[in-house]
Ligand binder design. Structure first.
Ligand SMILES: NC(=O)c1ccc[n+]([C@@H]2O[C@H](COP(=O)([O-])OP(=O)(O)OC[C@H]3O[C@@H](n4cnc5c(N)ncnc54)[C@H](OP(=O)(O)O)[C@@H]3O)[C@@H](O)[C@H]2O)c1
Length: 156
């Protein structure tokens, strides 16, 4: 895949490195009004939202992204675990995600490339369901000595 990562910090930098290592072509950007400026060009493209608007009532950017790029394929993922789990994924750790129809295969490939197990929670309307895991993860870290290398696993 050709991947543009917006953000060069812990999340953008770590995910970009992992996807590059898996053989994908990765370019980086930072502080660019990417979605607003390229809304039309994003038609049919997969847009992965990993940003958490901490402190706001809705922590994802689904509404803003689809307003600016109504024909993109939105994915909510990579926001419910700390970056340490992307750098060195615990064995079997799950990444819960939501995705527009048609974006699910790309989302699964990107999650697998990082070394996590993709777990589909529903279409983009299920973004809040994914986001509900965020306070759980923070609680697990807080009540386990601050160890951020903690993740959930699915058993079947
Ligand atoms: N850290 C985690 O474990 C984690 C896990 C899941 C999700 N997230 C979410 O991922 C996002 C990035 O977190 P991070 O830990 O990677 O942060 P970070 O290391 O501080 O990196 C932030 C990146 O965003 C850019 N940036 C900062 N303020 C901005 C603004 N006002 N407008 C546009 N770009 C801005 C920074 O640009 P400069 O380099 O120019 O400063 C940098 O590239 C946050 O929303 C966070 O909630 C983080």
């Amino acid at each position: 895949m050709k991947i543009a990562v917006i953000g060069t910090g812990r999340i953008g930098g770590t995910l970009g490195q992992r996807w590059h290592a898996a053989g994908h072509e990765v370019a980086y950007g930072s502080r660019a009004d990417m979605v607003a400026a390229h809304g039309a060009a994003l038609a049919g493209k997969v847009v992965v939202d990993a940003v958490n608007r901490i402190g706001e009532p809705v922590v994802n950017s689904h509404a803003a992204i689809t307003a600016a790029a109504p024909r993109c394929r939105y994915v909510r993922a990579f926001n419910t675990l700390g970056w340490e789990n992307f750098a060195e994924p615990p064995p079997g750790a799950a990444m819960f995600f939501a995705a527009d129809p048609g974006a699910r295969p790309a989302a699964e490939e990107l999650i697998i490339a990082v070394g996590l197990e993709p777990v589909f929670a529903g279409d983009a309307d299920a973004s809040a369901t994914v986001d509900a895991l965020l306070p759980l993860w923070f609680a697990l870290v807080r009540h386990n000595g601050g160890d951020r290398r903690v993740a959930l696993r699915i058993t079947r």
